[in-house]
Write a protein that binds this ligand. Structure first.
Ligand code: URA
Length: 241
Protein backbone atom coordinates (compact mmCIF):
# COMPACT_ATOMS: atom_id res chain seq x y z
CA UNK A 1 0.00 0.00 0.00
CA UNK A 2 1.50 3.37 -1.01
CA UNK A 3 1.45 6.30 1.36
CA UNK A 4 1.36 9.18 -1.07
CA UNK A 5 3.61 12.17 -0.52
CA UNK A 6 3.57 14.96 -3.11
CA UNK A 7 5.23 18.34 -3.47
CA UNK A 8 2.84 21.12 -2.48
CA UNK A 9 2.86 23.02 -5.80
CA UNK A 10 2.27 19.80 -7.80
CA UNK A 11 -0.41 18.65 -5.40
CA UNK A 12 -2.39 21.89 -5.77
CA UNK A 13 -1.92 22.00 -9.50
CA UNK A 14 -3.20 18.42 -9.95
CA UNK A 15 -6.13 18.98 -7.59
CA UNK A 16 -7.28 22.26 -9.09
CA UNK A 17 -6.05 22.24 -12.67
CA UNK A 18 -4.32 25.57 -12.05
CA UNK A 19 -0.90 25.77 -13.70
CA UNK A 20 2.14 25.53 -11.43
CA UNK A 21 3.34 29.08 -12.16
CA UNK A 22 0.07 30.49 -10.90
CA UNK A 23 0.05 28.08 -7.93
CA UNK A 24 3.45 29.48 -6.88
CA UNK A 25 2.02 32.96 -6.93
CA UNK A 26 -0.89 31.83 -4.76
CA UNK A 27 1.57 30.30 -2.31
CA UNK A 28 3.58 33.52 -2.18
CA UNK A 29 0.33 35.40 -1.49
CA UNK A 30 -0.27 33.20 1.58
CA UNK A 31 -3.50 31.73 0.20
CA UNK A 32 -2.63 28.11 1.04
CA UNK A 33 -2.71 26.44 4.44
CA UNK A 34 -1.32 23.02 5.34
CA UNK A 35 -2.44 21.62 8.67
CA UNK A 36 -3.56 25.03 9.83
CA UNK A 37 -0.32 26.84 8.98
CA UNK A 38 0.13 29.20 5.97
CA UNK A 39 2.42 27.45 3.46
CA UNK A 40 4.76 29.28 1.10
CA UNK A 41 7.37 26.60 0.26
CA UNK A 42 6.56 24.97 -3.09
CA UNK A 43 8.53 21.90 -2.03
CA UNK A 44 6.63 21.32 1.21
CA UNK A 45 5.64 17.65 1.32
CA UNK A 46 1.93 16.87 1.38
CA UNK A 47 1.12 13.51 2.93
CA UNK A 48 -2.12 11.55 2.52
CA UNK A 49 -3.38 12.93 5.85
CA UNK A 50 -2.23 16.56 5.46
CA UNK A 51 -5.18 18.97 5.56
CA UNK A 52 -4.81 21.41 2.69
CA UNK A 53 -6.89 24.57 2.19
CA UNK A 54 -6.80 27.04 -0.69
CA UNK A 55 -8.54 30.34 -0.03
CA UNK A 56 -10.29 28.58 2.85
CA UNK A 57 -11.67 25.80 0.60
CA UNK A 58 -10.71 22.25 1.56
CA UNK A 59 -8.58 20.52 -1.11
CA UNK A 60 -7.79 17.48 1.03
CA UNK A 61 -8.90 16.37 4.48
CA UNK A 62 -8.44 12.64 4.90
CA UNK A 63 -8.68 11.17 8.35
CA UNK A 64 -6.52 8.16 9.21
CA UNK A 65 -8.67 5.15 10.13
CA UNK A 66 -7.69 2.08 12.14
CA UNK A 67 -10.23 -0.70 12.66
CA UNK A 68 -10.12 -4.04 14.47
CA UNK A 69 -12.52 -6.71 13.21
CA UNK A 70 -13.39 -10.07 14.74
CA UNK A 71 -13.26 -12.00 11.49
CA UNK A 72 -15.63 -14.96 11.43
CA UNK A 73 -14.93 -18.24 9.63
CA UNK A 74 -16.33 -18.21 6.06
CA UNK A 75 -15.62 -14.55 5.29
CA UNK A 76 -12.83 -13.79 2.88
CA UNK A 77 -9.93 -11.41 3.71
CA UNK A 78 -10.29 -9.41 0.52
CA UNK A 79 -11.90 -6.17 -0.52
CA UNK A 80 -13.90 -7.82 -3.34
CA UNK A 81 -14.96 -11.39 -4.04
CA UNK A 82 -17.52 -12.89 -6.35
CA UNK A 83 -18.25 -15.97 -4.19
CA UNK A 84 -17.97 -15.05 -0.54
CA UNK A 85 -18.83 -12.19 1.76
CA UNK A 86 -15.73 -10.05 2.33
CA UNK A 87 -14.44 -8.45 5.52
CA UNK A 88 -15.28 -5.05 3.95
CA UNK A 89 -18.93 -6.15 3.65
CA UNK A 90 -18.96 -6.63 7.44
CA UNK A 91 -17.91 -3.05 8.25
CA UNK A 92 -20.70 -0.61 8.82
CA UNK A 93 -18.77 2.63 8.27
CA UNK A 94 -19.58 4.49 5.00
CA UNK A 95 -15.93 4.74 3.88
CA UNK A 96 -15.17 1.04 4.40
CA UNK A 97 -14.07 0.68 0.79
CA UNK A 98 -11.17 3.10 1.39
CA UNK A 99 -9.61 0.66 3.88
CA UNK A 100 -7.12 -2.09 3.17
CA UNK A 101 -6.32 -5.25 5.11
CA UNK A 102 -3.22 -5.50 7.30
CA UNK A 103 -2.23 -9.19 7.14
CA UNK A 104 -4.83 -11.61 5.86
CA UNK A 105 -6.47 -14.59 7.52
CA UNK A 106 -7.58 -17.65 5.55
CA UNK A 107 -11.25 -18.14 4.70
CA UNK A 108 -11.63 -20.76 7.43
CA UNK A 109 -9.57 -18.87 10.06
CA UNK A 110 -11.08 -16.47 12.57
CA UNK A 111 -9.98 -13.71 14.91
CA UNK A 112 -8.19 -10.39 14.94
CA UNK A 113 -7.99 -8.62 11.58
CA UNK A 114 -6.83 -5.02 11.19
CA UNK A 115 -7.94 -2.60 8.48
CA UNK A 116 -6.68 0.90 7.79
CA UNK A 117 -6.28 3.60 5.16
CA UNK A 118 -2.78 4.42 6.49
CA UNK A 119 -0.28 2.72 4.20
CA UNK A 120 2.70 3.70 6.30
CA UNK A 121 1.22 2.09 9.43
CA UNK A 122 0.29 -1.15 7.68
CA UNK A 123 3.73 -1.42 6.08
CA UNK A 124 5.36 -0.93 9.44
CA UNK A 125 3.28 -3.75 10.92
CA UNK A 126 3.82 -6.21 8.10
CA UNK A 127 7.42 -5.54 7.09
CA UNK A 128 9.71 -8.48 7.94
CA UNK A 129 12.13 -6.05 9.63
CA UNK A 130 9.62 -4.89 12.22
CA UNK A 131 9.08 -8.50 13.46
CA UNK A 132 5.67 -7.77 14.95
CA UNK A 133 4.42 -11.02 16.48
CA UNK A 134 1.07 -12.64 15.72
CA UNK A 135 -0.50 -15.15 18.09
CA UNK A 136 -2.85 -17.94 17.06
CA UNK A 137 -4.76 -20.59 18.94
CA UNK A 138 -4.71 -23.73 16.82
CA UNK A 139 -6.84 -26.85 17.19
CA UNK A 140 -5.48 -29.99 15.57
CA UNK A 141 -6.91 -33.31 14.46
CA UNK A 142 -4.24 -35.38 16.23
CA UNK A 143 -2.22 -35.08 19.46
CA UNK A 144 0.64 -32.58 19.36
CA UNK A 145 4.12 -33.98 20.03
CA UNK A 146 6.84 -32.29 22.09
CA UNK A 147 9.09 -32.62 19.02
CA UNK A 148 6.96 -29.99 17.24
CA UNK A 149 8.36 -27.26 19.53
CA UNK A 150 11.96 -27.59 18.26
CA UNK A 151 10.80 -27.94 14.64
CA UNK A 152 8.80 -24.69 14.85
CA UNK A 153 11.66 -22.89 16.63
CA UNK A 154 14.25 -24.14 14.14
CA UNK A 155 12.34 -22.98 11.05
CA UNK A 156 11.01 -25.08 8.17
CA UNK A 157 12.13 -24.98 4.56
CA UNK A 158 9.33 -24.17 2.10
CA UNK A 159 10.55 -25.27 -1.32
CA UNK A 160 7.85 -23.42 -3.26
CA UNK A 161 9.04 -20.01 -2.02
CA UNK A 162 12.61 -21.21 -1.39
CA UNK A 163 12.62 -19.78 2.13
CA UNK A 164 13.13 -21.08 5.64
CA UNK A 165 10.51 -19.84 8.08
CA UNK A 166 11.68 -17.61 10.90
CA UNK A 167 11.75 -19.12 14.39
CA UNK A 168 8.14 -19.65 15.52
CA UNK A 169 6.88 -20.21 19.06
CA UNK A 170 4.75 -23.24 19.89
CA UNK A 171 3.17 -23.68 23.32
CA UNK A 172 1.18 -26.85 23.88
CA UNK A 173 -2.01 -25.91 25.71
CA UNK A 174 -3.67 -29.34 25.71
CA UNK A 175 -3.43 -32.60 23.77
CA UNK A 176 -4.76 -31.06 20.52
CA UNK A 177 -4.57 -27.32 21.14
CA UNK A 178 -1.48 -25.10 20.80
CA UNK A 179 -0.60 -21.43 20.79
CA UNK A 180 1.59 -20.48 17.85
CA UNK A 181 3.55 -17.22 17.61
CA UNK A 182 4.77 -16.05 14.19
CA UNK A 183 6.73 -12.95 13.15
CA UNK A 184 5.86 -13.33 9.47
CA UNK A 185 2.88 -14.38 7.39
CA UNK A 186 3.64 -16.90 4.69
CA UNK A 187 0.84 -18.41 2.63
CA UNK A 188 -1.08 -20.93 4.83
CA UNK A 189 1.99 -20.94 7.05
CA UNK A 190 0.58 -22.60 10.15
CA UNK A 191 -1.34 -25.24 8.22
CA UNK A 192 1.77 -26.09 6.23
CA UNK A 193 3.93 -26.26 9.37
CA UNK A 194 1.57 -28.71 11.07
CA UNK A 195 1.26 -30.45 7.70
CA UNK A 196 4.89 -31.53 8.10
CA UNK A 197 3.65 -33.72 10.95
CA UNK A 198 0.62 -34.86 8.95
CA UNK A 199 -1.53 -33.20 11.56
CA UNK A 200 -4.44 -31.27 9.97
CA UNK A 201 -5.52 -27.95 11.46
CA UNK A 202 -9.20 -28.05 12.44
CA UNK A 203 -9.48 -24.46 13.71
CA UNK A 204 -7.23 -21.43 13.65
CA UNK A 205 -7.95 -18.24 15.59
CA UNK A 206 -5.67 -15.18 15.76
CA UNK A 207 -6.01 -13.54 19.15
CA UNK A 208 -3.22 -10.94 19.14
CA UNK A 209 -1.01 -8.85 16.86
CA UNK A 210 1.95 -7.27 18.64
CA UNK A 211 0.68 -5.70 21.85
CA UNK A 212 -2.91 -5.65 20.65
CA UNK A 213 -5.34 -8.40 21.72
CA UNK A 214 -8.70 -9.02 20.07
CA UNK A 215 -11.32 -7.15 22.12
CA UNK A 216 -13.31 -9.86 23.96
CA UNK A 217 -16.45 -7.69 23.63
CA UNK A 218 -16.45 -8.11 19.84
CA UNK A 219 -18.59 -10.97 18.60
CA UNK A 220 -17.57 -12.60 15.29
CA UNK A 221 -18.39 -10.08 12.55
CA UNK A 222 -18.21 -7.05 14.85
CA UNK A 223 -15.60 -4.31 14.63
CA UNK A 224 -14.50 -1.13 16.34
CA UNK A 225 -12.03 1.72 15.83
CA UNK A 226 -8.66 1.43 17.58
CA UNK A 227 -7.80 3.98 20.25
CA UNK A 228 -4.81 6.31 19.65
CA UNK A 229 -2.92 4.39 22.33
CA UNK A 230 -3.60 1.09 20.53
CA UNK A 231 -2.47 2.51 17.19
CA UNK A 232 0.81 3.70 18.71
CA UNK A 233 1.50 0.75 20.98
CA UNK A 234 0.74 -2.18 18.69
CA UNK A 235 4.26 -2.49 17.28
CA UNK A 236 5.67 -2.39 20.77
CA UNK A 237 6.95 1.20 20.78
CA UNK A 238 4.86 2.26 23.76
CA UNK A 239 3.69 -0.24 26.39
CA UNK A 240 -0.03 -1.00 26.02
CA UNK A 241 -2.29 -0.19 29.03
N1 URA B 1 -1.54 -19.55 8.94
C1 URA B 1 -2.49 -20.21 8.25
O1 URA B 1 -2.27 -21.33 7.80
N2 URA B 1 -3.68 -19.60 8.06
C2 URA B 1 -3.98 -18.36 8.56
O2 URA B 1 -5.09 -17.86 8.38
C3 URA B 1 -2.97 -17.70 9.27
C4 URA B 1 -1.76 -18.30 9.45
Amino acid sequence: MQSRVARLDRFISVRTGINRKHVRLMLAQGRVQVDGVPATDIQQPVGEFSRVLLDGEVLQANTPRYVMLHKPVGVVSATRDTLHKTVIDLLECPDADTLHIVGRLDLNSSGLLLLTNDGRWSRELTSPQSKVSKQYRVTLANPIGEDYVAAFAGGMYFAYEDITTRPAGLRILSERVAEVTLVEGRYHQIKRMFGRFRNPVLALHRHAIGNLALDPNLEPGQSRELTCQEVRSIAGKVPAN
